[in-house]
Design a protein around this ligand. Structure first.
Ligand SMILES: [Cu+2]
Length: 383
């Protein structure tokens, strides 16, 4: 089918849908129109992938998110991926030999539409020491494409899959030992938007948690090697967002303005730990549970399984620095799983005041307390 033919079908779907709306007072005619529209839509969805319009995917490094899909018809979306083994900073003074998709952890975020055919051109850099591949959790079929993309250093493989079901999905390397490839940073997210799209929000962010296993203890300086024993025991030295300590904190903090709606696409590469994802001082208005269709509301912390995802949405009402954590708190404050969302705007004391008073508290029969030297540091514990 040529592009024009497809466009004609898409146009006719809209024409029929519009016709259906106008004819609401004529049930029989309306039903016929809806049926015809559904038939045309399914015809468009069944278009062989070789006849789909071809477009190049817009992909982004974390925490950026590719733009929303503005198509209402399926396409063949070309995605180029390159695996690179690369030394990068894990924390201040700590380096690690990461294995990456496209040079960073997580790999780039991919965004397609339900029904699209995703055509993957998968290259393994000539300097790689081992083969790599990719298992798309968004794909239906053996291994999620792992065998089709198994690629030796200095080679390129291609394959394609149809994004049959909407949702937010992890992709990861699946070459043995799989746990090690994933522990070295080989994961990312692909969003398959539902045909009708997602509601508009003001800000979108891409965050993937991962656990890392270094020979040296947390913070030990220098180039750190992977520790298989700690990985098997599931005792990481580092638990981080977006591959590195501080990747979304301090100067790299995420930013929004009071009154804006924020959507976070959260992944968990693992390989081992389940995340209890939480934003301190916020309540998720909506959670797309495990990145699927089920929506929960008014959620404080959400589970993100290893090899899984969640989409969280919330409106930031008042300014502040909102700390992003895995609420298994020693991971946050001792292993690196800590980020920040900095919100600018006008304070609203109706929603939360600043401290209004601090007076001596003396229960009946108790002696006067010592000077409240620790009060300030206690108040700042989450900053
Ligand atoms: Cu790999």
């Amino acid at each position: 089918m040529k592009r024009q033919t497809l466009a004609a079908i898409v146009a006719s779907v809209f024409a029929l849908a519009a016709c259906g709306q106008q004819a609401a007072d004529k049930p029989a005619e309306n039903a016929a129109s809806v049926e015809a529209a559904a038939s045309a839509a399914s015809q468009a969805a069944d278009t062989p992938s070789s006849e789909l319009p071809v477009i190049d995917a817009v992909v982004t490094h974390a925490p950026e998110v590719p733009p929303a899909i503005d198509r209402d018809y399926p396409a063949k979306v070309r995605v180029k991926m390159e695996t690179v083994e690369k030394t990068m900073k894990m924390a201040d003074g700590v380096d690690y030999r990461y294995w990456t998709f496209d040079g960073d952890v997580p790999g780039r975020m991919i965004r397609v539409r339900e029904g699209d055919t995703v055509e993957v051109e998968f290259s393994n850099h000539p300097t790689s020491t081992v083969p790599h591949n990719v298992d798309f959790h968004a794909a239906t079929g053996q291994g999620g494409g792992a065998a089709a993309t198994f690629t030796a250093p200095g080679h390129t493989s291609t394959f394609s899959f149809k994004a049959l079901q909407p949702g937010l999905y992890i992709y990861h390397c699946a070459v043995a030992p799989v746990g090690m490839h994933v522990a070295n940073g080989m994961y990312g997210l692909i969003l398959v938007e539902p045909k009708e799209g997602l509601p508009k929000v003001d800000k979108e962010f891409y965050i993937v948690q991962g656990d890392f296993y270094t020979k040296g203890k947390y913070g030990e300086q220098g180039l750190q090697a992977f520790d298989m024993d700690k990985a098997v025991k599931e005792q990481p030295e580092y638990v981080v967002f977006n591959g590195h300590v501080g990747s979304i904190a301090g100067d790299n903090a995420l930013k929004a303005k009071a009154g804006e709606t924020v959507r976070m696409y959260i992944g968990n590469g693992g390989p081992n730990l389940v995340s209890s994802f939480h934003v301190i001082g916020e309540i998720f208005d909506k959670v797309y549970v495990e990145g699927g269709k089920l929506i929960n509301e008014n959620v404080q912390s959400t589970i993100v399984p290893a090899g899984g995802s969640a989409i969280v949405e919330f409106k930031v009402d008042i300014p502040g620095s909102y700390t992003i954590v895995d609420h298994s708190l020693f991971r946050a404050f001792n292993k690196g799983a800590l980020g920040q969302l900095k919100v600018e705007g006008e304070p609203n004391p109706e929603i939360m005041t600043e401290k209004l008073s601090d007076t001596v508290y003396q229960p009946e029969g108790a002696s006067a307390p010592a000077a409240p030297a620790s009060a300030a540091s206690a108040a700042n514990a989450y900053e």
